[in-house]
Design a protein around this ligand. Sequence first.
Ligand code: T3D
Length: 259
Amino acid sequence: MSEELLVRIDGPVHILSLNRPDRINAFATSMGAALLAALQAAVDDESCRAVLLRGEGRGFCSGQDLTEVPESADLGHLLELRYVPIIRLLRTMPKPVVCAVHGVAAGAGANLALACDIVIAGETAKFVQAFVRIGLIPDVGGTWFLPRLVGSARARAIAMLGEPIEATQAEQWGLIWRAVPDETVMQEAEALAARLATLPTQAIALMKRALEASETNTLEQQLVEEQNAQREAGYTPDFAEGVRAFVEKRPAVFTGRKK
Ligand code: T3D
């Protein structure tokens, strides 16, 4: 595994840390390849039930490493190679991904965070759609996530002005799940990932699939999606355990197994 991405396996949680602190974890091609491989490894590891994505040093991620980008190039192709597979996997992988943001999340770094399932940030952290400052548009899913999370009016101003959005504001606008005191953000993110890893993993995977489908489905289609997902959930051992635990008036112990 590349030194630009640290991987720590803490029981059922895979903790992935972007590690180029001298450049605020600017996204290099090699780091992207390592992140994609680590996410796929989390999918393939049956004992993994949650992933935590974070950054080393003083910020989460400053976006694309601008020293790696040629002045005039097919950036669409670079996106396709470098970022699109990561965002696709984050949104479709059957395990929850928590993102801990401290310091700054800029450009592709901001949108990498928004692609995760639950974003928790230190209260002084800033989200910056820095693209406009260098003559680009928000990519890495930004133009899809922003209007869905904060509405069209705010999305347009955030994208066009590129002003830093503080975590407390981001929480109020629904851009992220929660802003917490800076000194506790990593601890809280680890606790959140650990908690997710004790929940019924198959149901969480099905929720993730259904919520994703809801972005384009009609209500009628979504009702069918829910029926199908619930059919699958109803055959999992965790559903049987959940009901048994309820009847026996004790906390449920979920295994996350399919069968
Ligand atoms: O290739 C494609 O497919 C296109 C895809 C594009 C996706 C994108 O992400 S485009 C947007 C790229 N990101 C940015 O434009 C943000 C650039 N960085 C900043 O605006 C600021 O650095 C921050 C707001 C993130 C943080 O500011 P500050 O004052 O806290 O730190 P700093 O002093 O600017 O940065 C510290 C060091 O990191 C500095 O290096 P030095 O001077 O100590 O040697 C700086 O140059 C370096 N750094 C920060 N961001 C990047 C970077 N180096 C390379 N690439 C960066 N993105």
